[in-house]
Design a binder for this molecule. Sequence first.
Ligand SMILES: C[S@@+](CC[C@H](N)C(=O)[O-])C[C@H]1O[C@@H](n2cnc3c(N)ncnc32)[C@H](O)[C@@H]1O
Length: 143
Amino acid sequence: MMAEAISLYGGKITTIELDEKVAEQAKKNFERAGVKDQIQVKIGDARTIITDMNEEFDLIFQDVGDKTLYDAMFDDYVRLLKPGGILLAEDALFPVFDFHFEYSYLADMRGSLDAFNKRVANCLSFESTLLPIGDGLMVAVKK
Ligand SMILES: C[S@@+](CC[C@H](N)C(=O)[O-])C[C@H]1O[C@@H](n2cnc3c(N)ncnc32)[C@H](O)[C@@H]1O
């Protein structure tokens, strides 16, 4: 949908993917959909790659599998978003189902997402709201 929008209105998308096979499949999907020229796929660890990025973005959509990275990359979202730019963070309330923290990585993710949500809510650079849709969606606009 984002690619369809920029096909109509202009712009470009940069996406970061750690898994080479997933990235190659994504490239094939973009080609099949006729949007490959509007999308740059960077392959590697988002946490490392984002630190070298300097362009400004209208929108950052965060859905990285390792949810502890949401908080770790927080300063980069503020740095890379234009004023009026939007941060969307998928799964901000993950996991919404009841579980007993028997898997420590889930507890780590939950703790880190709590820290991330609080940082966004308390950040003077953002106006934000947390929507209870699916596993939660953080919506923040940079002032
Ligand atoms: C939930 S999926 C993203 C789905 C995507 N938003 C979509 O709609 O198709 C999470 C992805 O994050 C990738 N990932 C996990 N750790 C990463 C990292 N450190 N850097 C970049 N990508 C990572 C995984 O390989 C996986 O493809």
